[in-house]
Design a protein around this ligand. Structure first.
Ligand SMILES: C[S@@+](CC[C@H](N)C(=O)[O-])C[C@H]1O[C@@H](n2cnc3c(N)ncnc32)[C@H](O)[C@@H]1O
Length: 633
């Protein structure tokens, strides 16, 4: 069977049977009689792209009367072949003499001419504009209107400023995610996120700008949902004490490389390391290694592929200095955006279907039939379903009881992973995250962890909201109080995101744990040196640290003799622009820039809005004015 027949079969199967399109293609049930001969990735891509284009292409096919002229073509085959003929560079992936290929190539000129008409009818001046419109429409159908394309700038290899000057040159920098998602799909706009440093939001329609860029290929840009950046930000690894960091469930490596980038940006100690564990010893481990290398942290990150984190000995010498652990174990993946949703498939009319409008009687009959079908589908939609976990595991769930059993099993594993992490002797900060929306995998797991013997014996407690790093503390969506048994402190400490709430993220959950005996503040209390907001020891240009007790340089004899230290300027000269809207019409966007045109950020990397600076008393408030609290909220 050809790629086209196989894809047609997959697309024709009722979606209530056999799970999502992805699962049907990549993990077909063992009951499937004939295994797929074409590469699953090709089938999947053809199915998704043709579905996205199906409204446009059905109009083209209907206008050319293709199905009446080519009686061997079914509507779905006509759609798939026309897609490849008109929308891909390579054309139809069949030999030139193949009957299917000829059946559409014979009509190439008319099909192309009709495509131009359809494009003009949709008000698009170019095919590129039509493509963007199709992408936009598809993402709206996925609830994607609220979902920008999130891009993490990998500071191990580049900076936001460098990227604004290169990959995103010519982009308008706007102040809110809403402006990005509401802009025209072809518009070059982006915004800098207000919760996660070095994260950009772009319109979905500009994804190709990223994926085709040298920066992306060179590991400078990483496509990562905003919510998936929260764990590394909340973990907040610092260089004090030269503590090592573990990612216990690491592949494909988004969070490992993010945590490594944060550590490096803060002046990683010369011996500080990241250990990344991945149970899968094959593809996922290879992807993790590749990502670590591409992201540029392989010199201080050790990858342990094929290693079960639960079997790693916390008391081994190698891990004696592990202070931070990031845990993002397998979960139900129920918060992932776009997992089940495909845009609606519109098929062209068959040769015998009428083009004239149906009579009232026909309409009534059809309506009743459709309602019957819908009712049946509604009944079937719930169960059975095939769920794919976030790490690709497929499970068939026949009933709500099955779902509960699955969540309970996952929760037991998730609890075991975090309580195991709590056994590392020097550990003092842990994050636990899932891309699940179920309380059973989230708040309930947090409560179980807090009540565990190891947590009590070793002094672990929840990382409260007020102790969280800037950006996470301000995130407004918190844990579910009921699911936390009414414990408001724990609920407020938990961070949630929902995929349909207009904040542009996937569904996600993260919570942090700290050890009381070893908390950050106490650690810093014990430190003899002054540290900046990022935890770095403050040094002068010669590298001499500043003593906390005296505020003097540790070996600065002049100062010790009482000489006044020259006051640091503290406030650079910023061009803020005249009063008015955020952009001020000066063409350089809503943010404050320094004399060299770079966006000014605070110690956490958050950009400074002009409006925030404008309200400031020029004499007072030298340390930054209003606190940044995010764009979305
Ligand atoms: C949710 S994914 C991690 C995603 C990753 N944090 C990221 O952001 O790229 C969970 C990963 O944990 C791995 N895993 C599951 N059980 C594990 C275990 N006991 N030890 C180590 N890794 C495990 C899975 O194979 C999967 O790759």
């Amino acid at each position: 069977m050809s790629l086209y027949h196989e894809t047609a079969t997959i697309l024709s199967a009722p979606t209530t049977h056999g799970g999502t399109l992805k699962s049907r293609v990549f993990s077909p049930p063992s009951s499937q009689k004939t295994p797929l001969r074409s590469p699953p990735s090709q089938i999947y891509a053809l199915a998704v792209e043709s579905t996205k284009w199906s409204a446009v292409l059905s109009e083209v096919i209907n206008a050319t009367d293709l199905l009446r002229l080519e009686r061997k073509l079914t509507p779905i085959l006509a759609l798939l072949l026309t897609h490849d003929l008109l929308m891909t560079k390579a054309g139809v992936a069949l030999p030139a003499t193949h009957g299917l290929r000829q059946s559409v190539e014979r009509h190439r000129a008319r099909l192309s001419a009709e495509l131009v008409r359809v494009r003009i009818r949709r008000g698009c001046a170019t095919l590129e504009e039509l493509r963007a419109l199709v992408e936009e429409t598809a993402s709206q159908k996925n609830g994607g209107r609220q979902h920008p394309r999130w891009v993490r700038v990998n500071t191990l290899r580049t900076t936001v400023d460098e990227q604004l000057e290169s990959t995103f040159k010519g982009y308008e920098v706007v102040a809110t995610v809403a402006e990005v998602v509401d802009s025209s799909p072809t518009k070059k706009v982006l915004c800098l996120d207000g919760n996660v440093p070095n994260l950009l939001a772009l319109p979905q329609g500009r994804t190709a700008d990223i994926t085709k860029s040298e920066a992306y290929k060179g590991g400078m840009l990483i496509l990562q949902d905003k919510a998936s950046c929260f764990p590394a930000v909340l973990l907040d690894p610092r260089p004090d004490g030269d503590e090592d960091l573990i990612d216990g469930c690491a592949a494909p490596g988004n969070k490992t490389t993010h945590a490594a980038a944060i550590l490096e940006a803060r002046g990683r100690g010369a011996t500080q390391k990241v250990f990344a564990f991945e149970k899968d010893g094959h593809k996922r481990a290879a992807t993790l290694r590749d990502m670590v290398r591409r992201a540029g942290c392989d010199d201080f990150t050790e990858v342990f592929g094929g290693t079960d984190f639960l079997r790693v000995d916390p008391d081994a010498d190698r891990y004696a200095r592990v202070g931070y652990l990031l845990l993002d174990p397998s979960c139900s993946g129920s918060g992932i955006v776009g997992r089940d949703e495909l845009p609606e498939l519109c098929l062209p009319r068959g040769p015998n279907e009428k083009t004239t409008p149906p009579t009232t009687k026909e309409k009534k009959g059809k309506k009743r039939k459709r309602e019957d079908e819908n009712d049946q589908n509604e009944g079937k939609k719930e169960m059975p379903v095939m769920v794919i976990d976030d790490d690709g595991e497929t499970t068939i769930l026949k009933s709500q009881a099955d779902l509960r059993t699955r969540i309970t099993a996952l929760a037991t594993f998730q609890t075991a992973v975090v309580t195991h992490a709590m056994r590392f002797p020097a550990a003092r900060r842990i994050t636990y995250s899932t891309c699940s929306v179920y309380a059973g995998e989230n708040e309930h797991v947090v409560l179980r962890i807090l009540q565990s013997d190891v947590a009590r014996q070793r002094g672990w407690r929840i990382l409260e909201r007020k102790e969280q790093v800037t950006g996470m503390k301000e995130w407004p969506v918190r844990g579910d109080a009921d699911a936390c048994g009414g414990d408001l402190t724990v609920a407020d400490a938990c961070i949630r995101t929902y995929r349909d709430d207009g904040r542009g993220t996937m569904g996600f959950f993260v919570a942090g744990f700290v050890r009381d005996s070893d908390s950050d503040d106490e650690e810093r209390e014990g430190s003899p040196f002054v540290r900046d907001a990022e935890g770095r020891i403050v040094r002068d240009e010669n590298g001499i640290p500043t003593l906390r007790a005296t505020g003097l340089k540790a070996v600065d004899l002049d100062k010790m003799e009482g000489e006044e230290e020259e006051e640091e300027s503290g406030s650079e000269e910023y061009y803020v622009g005249p009063e008015g809207d955020e952009d001020d019409g000066d063409g350089d966007g809503p943010y404050v820039r320094d004399a060299e045109g770079r966006i000014v950020r605070d110690a956490m990397g958050m950009p400074t809005l002009k409006s925030a600076v404008r309200g400031r008393d020029p004499e007072g408030d030298k340390d930054g004015g209003e606190e940044w609290d995010g764009f979305d909220d």
